[in-house]
Design a protein around this ligand. Structure first.
Ligand code: PLP
Length: 431
């Protein structure tokens, strides 16, 4: 029985999977079961920040696995404390407290719960709690009932109603719409500084500043979903700092790149006072308010610590910026009409295509056609929405690996565009 057959018989078909069967990885490269190698610019969707099987990460996992894999959050876990200190001191660089989850969706559920707590502590004028979290169209916050309800994409929610109440989706980067629509029950605003899944859309500095100002004016929590953008991916430890560095969020969620491949997520709450008594926001999630059996266990925390230390010590955020420049300059030099725009920042880049120049058969988006062609030619890259594909290489990718990947992109696009032009010419000859 092939792997594909086993999937068909035994695994829920929630994913449209490519036929690729990966078996081994090293750095920027991945091998499938036939021995074919790929440049991996998907990295498990921005997860393998250090590439595959980075020696420092592998060693940290090996060492911890031989000592202690798991013990309960009923006890003090030194690796968890050390990781939280690393995050606060070197990555967030503000006073706050961290909770460890197993995924991004769970981290977002955690900050949504925190917003509800905040809304109880700081109620409406009539004493009833505030509860609403404003999020934005094309956002992606995860697949749990809570994070899916927060997500501003109908296709993610289809057939799952009734959704969790208490969310409203406003247009992204639209300051006037936001300022006009804060309600008495609104408690928080949650957004991705750069929307990943929604097509790689970057918040403008004006918009981010307006969001922060609205939060101050209406006593709302400012919450950033940095699940995809955090920990060096976008050219700074945190993506919002690339856009408006003076902003001080109240809550942040993470996952993906922070573990380099082990399942870990986290959320952070600021220590800032939320009332005249000096109540710290982070104190609202006290004993019994939240939990996770696996969350922050010794194994994943030891692994994540190795990843975050490597990102910091090698200054991979700055390296991501240099590689972004290399990618943008190379693509600009091609002057290809099929590429409409390079979006995003650092090594979360989206290439937006002109859909008229890509031959997309019924039921397939132009992005999917291109991604499939890239895979055939040995480059893995995930789509982001119908007309954009992403480049998400490891943060330590080399210039040579970038050049090799871009060469594949260029050849694949040239081939696809030529096919469309041929078809049009043949069509016009017939008519
Ligand atoms: C991937 C992602 C999530 C969900 O993370 P999971 O680990 O899949 O639950 C949430 N928010 C953003 C911005 C993401 O990119």
């Amino acid at each position: 029985m092939t792997t594909a057959d086993q999937f068909q018989q035994h695994v829920l078909p929630t994913y449209g999977r490519f036929p690729l069967v990966p078996v081994r990885g090293e750095g920027c490269r991945l091998w499938d079961e036939t021995g074919k190698s790929y440049l991996d610019f998907c990295t498990g969707i921005a997860v393998c920040s250090l590439g595959h099987c980075h020696p420092r990460l592998v060693e940290a996992i090996r060492k911890q696995a031989g000592k202690l894999l798991h013990c309960s959050n009923l006890y003090q876990i030194p690796q968890q404390a050390e990781l939280a200190e690393e995050i606060n001191t070197h990555h967030v660089r503000m006073n706050g407290k961290v909770f460890f989850s197993n995924s991004g969706a769970e981290a977002n559920d955690g900050i949504i719960k925190s917003a509800r707590r905040f809304g109880h502590k700081r109620p409406q004028a009539d004493g009833s709690p505030r509860f609403e979290v404003i999020t934005f169209t094309l956002s992606f916050h995860g697949r749990t009932l809570g994070s899916m309800s927060a997500t501003g994409q109908a296709k993610i929610q289809e057939g799952f109603d009734p959704l969790l109440p208490g969310f409203r989706h406003l247009p992204y980067n639209d300051i006037a719409a936001l300022e006009a629509d804060i309600r008495p029950e609104t408690a928080a605003i949650l957004l991705e500084p750069i929307q990943g899944e929604g097509g790689v859309n970057t918040a403008t500095p004006e918009f981010l500043r307006a969001v922060a100002a609205v939060c101050r004016k209406h006593d709302l929590l400012l919450m950033f979903d940095e699940v995809q953008t955090g920990f060096g991916r976008c050219g700074d430890a945190m993506a919002w700092r690339m856009i408006a560095p003076e902003i001080k969020p109240d809550a942040i969620s993470w996952a993906k790149g922070m573990g380099g491949g082990v399942p870990i997520g986290a959320f952070w709450l600021s220590d800032r006072a939320i009332d005249d008594d000096g109540t710290a926001l982070s104190s609202l999630m006290g004993p019994g308010s939240h939990g996770s059996t696996y969350g922050g266990n010794p194994l994943v925390c030891a692994a994540s610590l190795a990843v975050l230390q490597e990102i910091r010590e090698q200054d991979l955020a700055t390296h991501a910026l240099l590689m972004e420049v290399r990618i943008r300059e190379t693509i600009r030099s091609w002057k290809l009409p099929v590429i409409e725009e390079v979006r995003g920042g650092g090594l979360l880049l989206g290439i937006r295509l002109n859909p008229d120049l890509i031959p997309a058969p019924e039921g397939k988006t132009p992005a999917l056609v291109v991604v499939t062609k890239l895979m055939e030619r040995g480059l893995l890259a995930p789509p982001a929405g119908p007309t954009t594909f992403r480049l998400l290489p490891p943060l330590n990718v080399t210039g040579e690996e970038i050049d090799e990947a871009l060469e594949i992109v260029k050849e694949a696009l040239d081939e696809l565009v030529a096919a469309v032009c041929d078809r049009r010419e043949n069509g016009s000859m017939k008519s």
